[in-house]
Ligand binder design. Structure first.
Ligand code: PRX
Length: 651
């Protein structure tokens, strides 16, 4: 306990347990705890052999690999000597089977337009676009920057890059010109792919305009391909800019996939470091594709007749792994939606679920909390009986939000897979296997087969049950990052220097008496009250369990007596923001998790500052709580006005 060891005190008491129904278990791929345990133990006893066997079986090889793993810490190489192609594994492999005519993508645009692409049709589009890339001189190893709305062409562009062995860097369509230029320059991209615009909450996002400003500062980019999506007027720069449809009209549909080495880079994806410049996380071909495919099949208990909807944007790793590479490698049908969840009304998601009869829904806690705030009547209007499984990713899910998701969206019958992973891990690392592992609200339960986590104190010793510590991985896995683009030193320092031979995830976690993992938040966010280290998520979950609270963020602020005091920011779904509610919330937290975690300051706010992918930015709130100006990077902040509003509330 206390500050020295690096351990975190847990105050959360969550004892509800939800075993899979006998019916669900009977139909699932891994249908019992014993079956999971057997697979897990087998993988743990020899992880390399485990992954080698899967790689042989699950991927198409132009040339078989010779060695499963070459581990020169911190650089892993998987399936060395082999040649494969990620696009071939996602598209071509299905053409010889009955999947040829199955929908790969069912897409809905925000205005309500729809398109379906079978695997055969996807193949044709990808081949043509791969020829377009070649025609513009794109070769294996070149970097291609993609800044597009959520339309099928975004996936086509990613797959076409993979087909020719080029490396894509997808930049989320909400980022600024500055952010696009920074990423283009860091990656030294030679080609930009964009659209004239995209739809978001009924408005036209002027993507091409942003790209024009970005390209003025991205000298390495020689060509720009522009998809016509909204029909809005754009300026096309002679010699540099080309219309997608014009290039495609002239392109041949014959373009065999390029065999590439297993360790050929597949993509770079930039994630924001908490301070400083964004990191280009590098993933490679064979290991990543295998990991995305198998984790997709295991966690979402994939069945051929599923309609899988991951609501993430392809600008995030969730979109890479669970809209494109994982589901397509498995031959699944993916639903892709372009726009906002509250356009034209707050029931858009439920309308889509009902209309297409979605079976598996994978979304984020930030969305779930918004749905709760918007009210049950939006959900009640729709028939959600097609759903059989629900997923959550991106942040910890507060137990009360979990319960709402379970009851209201899942009708009490759908298991929830709370999936813990990171851009760096390439795919899901910890999650219930829904037919095998009973769930507990707020816990990501157990590691997947072939994933070997530990929780360590600051001395590198495993912490006892129910003590929080640093979450690490003790063995390389195929989906792991292969480094930070152009910055080996930062890679080594950030992930491999705190503990010898261990990958540092940067999160705190604990294991309970049943061997279940509970993520407690980022290491940097721990609140230290009188030597007791508290987890942000536990304090927040206690607040969210009050009926008036929609969202909460807990941070530490300096306090002369206690070291740090607990300062919380709360958004309400009902009730009045006044002192009596403040007092009630204080009492509520005290009752739920004890006096130690009782907030010292409670601020009510209309919204919390979040990243564009929906994570609460506690770092900024810490500065506000301490009455300081923020010094760190704020370029990933979704809405600057939220921060300004919070500051002005201070004055
Ligand atoms: O802190 C954890 C949190 O999100 C971080 C990874 O963020 P990113 O690289 O953007 O990837 C998000 C999509 C995989 C983690 O270090 N996180 C993600 N999933 C969970 C989570 N925290 C708690 N529970 C989760 N299920």
């Amino acid at each position: 306990m206390g500050t020295d060891s690096g351990q975190i005190d847990t105050v959360m008491q969550e004892t509800r347990l939800f075993p899979p129904s006998a019916e669900f278990a009977a139909q699932s791929r891994i249908g019992s705890l014993a079956a999971y345990q057997k697979l897990y133990d087998q993988a743990k006893s020899n992880p390399v052999a485990f992954w080698e066997e899967l790689a042989r079986k699950e991927l198409h090889w132009f040339k078989p690999f010779e060695r499963g793993l070459v581990w020169e810490e911190p650089l892993a190489q998987w399936f060395v000597g082999g040649q494969t192609n990620a696009c071939y594994n996602c598209v071509d492999v299905h053409l010889a089977s009955e999947k040829r005519n199955k929908a790969a993508f069912i897409w809905e645009g925000e205005p309500g337009d729809t398109r379906t692409l079978t695997y055969q049709q996807l193949h044709r589009e990808v081949c043509k676009f791969a020829n377009v890339l070649k025609g513009l001189g794109v070769k294996q190893g070149d970097r291609v920057s993609i800044y597009m709305p959520m339309v099928p062409e975004l996936a086509i562009a990613m797959l076409a890059c993979a087909r020719v062995g080029a490396i894509h860097s997808v930049v989320f369509g909400g980022f600024s010109a500055e952010a696009v230029a920074d990423r283009n320059n860091d990656a030294q991209a030679i080609l930009q792919i964009t659209a004239d615009g995209g739809y978001r909450r009924g408005k036209n996002l002027p993507l091409k305009e942003t790209v024009d400003a970005a390209l003025a500062k991205s000298p390495s980019v020689k060509n720009c391909i522009v998809l016509r999506r909204t029909g809005s007027t754009v300026t096309m720069q002679e010699g540099r800019d080309h219309w997608w449809h014009e290039l495609m009209d002239r392109a041949s549909a014959d373009c065999p996939a390029e065999p590439v080495d297993s360790e050929n880079s597949l993509f770079i994806l930039y994630t924001s470091g908490s301070t400083g410049k964004p990191k280009g996380i590098r993933h490679t071909t064979a290991g990543y594709t295998l990991f995305a495919k198998k984790t997709f099949e295991w966690v979402f208990d994939y069945r051929d007749d599923d309609l899988f909807w991951c609501t993430a944007d392809c600008g995030w790793v969730t979109g890479h792994s669970y809209i494109v590479y994982g589901p397509l490698a498995a031959g699944a049908t993916v639903l892709m939606y372009e726009g906002a969840p509250n356009w034209p009304a707050e029931d858009r998601f439920w309308d889509i679920v009902e209309k297409y009869r979605v079976t598996v829904l994978y979304t984020a806690p930030t969305a779930i909390r918004a749905f709760i705030k918007w009210g049950d009547h939006h959900v009640d209007k729709h028939d959600l009986s097609s759903l059989r499984l629900l997923g959550s990713v991106g942040e910890g899910i507060n137990p009360e939000a979990w319960m709402w998701y379970h009851r209201k969206i899942g009708g009490g019958r759908c298991p929830i897979v709370d999936t813990w992973w990171q851009t760096e891990t390439g795919g899901i690392m910890m999650s219930p296997l829904p037919g095998a592992i009973a769930t507990k609200p707020g816990s990501c339960t157990k590691p997947l087969p072939g994933v070997i986590p530990e929780i360590l104190d600051d001395d590198g010793k495993p912490v006892p049950a129910n003590h929080g510590g640093c979450l690490v991985m003790s063995h390389p896995w195929p989906g792991m990052l292969r480094g930070i683009w152009g910055d080996d030193k930062r890679y080594q320092e950030q992930y491999w220097s705190k503990f010898p031979h261990r990958y540092l995830a940067g999160d705190n976690a604990r294991i309970d008496d049943d061997g279940y993992y509970w993520i407690m938040g980022r290491i940097d966010d721990v609140i230290n009250v009188s030597g007791h280290r508290l987890s942000t998520i536990e304090v927040e979950s206690a607040l969210v369990s009050h009926p008036c609270v929609a969202e909460a963020a807990a941070v530490g602020r300096p306090d002369e007596l206690k070291g740090q005091a607990v300062s919380v920011f709360v958004t309400l779904k009902s009730g009045t923001a006044d002192d009596s509610l403040r007092e009630e919330l204080r009492k509520h937290v005290r009752k739920e998790i004890g006096a130690l975690a009782q907030p010292d300051d409670i601020r009510f706010t209309g919204a919390l500052p979040k990243t564009r992918s929906g994570k609460i930015m506690r770092r900024l709130l810490r500065d506000i709580a301490a009455g300081k100006e923020s010094v760190g990077d704020t370029t990933t902040l979704e809405d600057y006005t939220v921060l300004a509003k919070l500051r002005s509330d201070e004055e």
